[in-house]
Design a protein around this ligand. Structure first.
Ligand SMILES: Nc1nc2c(ncn2[C@@H]2O[C@H](COP(=O)(O)OP(=O)(O)O)[C@@H](O)[C@H]2O)c(=O)[nH]1
Ligand SMILES: [Mg+2]
Length: 203
């Protein structure tokens, strides 16, 4: 396994600052503390691509990375952090809504969900947003090392049932940044969508 070459591009607080680079882009979203930074580090095999913390962060910006000169990764601000003000929540909503609405090179969203929790309203609201903007998304169940295989299966079944009429759900995938479970599958999906993007461009 090779460590990915990753170049930090920009932290964007509004859409004027989104980088203009013609590469397929992948967005990583989820509640704060869901394991997003850990997942990004596991995917790229970098210790510190994204900052892992025990305290949920409150950063209201999108961090863009160029990965191997092949993909853009967009690290979305986490949501659901209890002590943010109404104003900060509004800023989050404006930023993320405009991102999902206008980002032309965005090919796929990875929505991270903690496998230990029953479906949360705030995650379902995020799914609804993606459906409304017709964005393909993969639901990634994080921290799968922390529960039994039965719980993992049960959670996937519950979401499959809840989302049976959704049009843009691509896949539901268990993941762990401790065991690296799901890493290869995730990279496979990334490659597949990059191929599709390339084919669409040439067409
Ligand atoms: N056991 C376990 N812990 C994890 C996993 N992913 C993240 N964590 C822990 O969960 C906490 C939050 O992780 P972080 O990646 O900073 O979450 P973020 O706020 O979504 O970026 C940290 O203490 C991580 O060590 C995982 O797959 N398994
Ligand atoms: Mg983080």
């Amino acid at each position: 396994m090779k460590v990915f070459n990753a170049e930090f591009l920009v932290s964007a607080k509004s859409l004027e600052h989104f980088p203009k680079i013609d590469l397929p882009e992948y967005s990583f979203a989820g509640r704060s503390n869901v394991g997003k930074s850990s997942l990004l580090n596991t995917l790229t095999l970098r210790k510190n691509l994204a900052f892992v913390s025990s305290k949920p962060g409150k950063t209201q910006q999108i961090n863009f990375y160029n990965i191997e000169g092949k993909y853009i990764f967009a690290d979305m601000p986490g949501y659901g952090f209890a002590s943010v003000s109404k104003q900060e929540r509004e800023a989050w909503k404006t930023l993320c809504t405009s991102y999902f609405q206008i980002r032309e090179n965005l090919v796929l969203v990875f929505l991270l969900v903690d496998v230990r929790l029953e479906p949360q309203k705030i995650d379902l609201a995020q799914i609804e947003l993606l459906e409304n903007f017709r964005r393909d998304y993969v639901i990634v169940f994080t921290k799968s090392d922390k529960v039994s295989e039965d719980i993992v299966k049960k959670r996937i079944k519950t979401f499959e049932f809840l989302l049976q009429y959704c049009n843009f759900l691509v896949e539901l995938l268990p993941f762990s940044s401790v065991t690296k479970r799901g890493r290869e599958e995730l990279l496979g999906i990334i490659r597949k969508f990059a191929e599709r993007w390339k084919t669409n461009k040439e067409a």
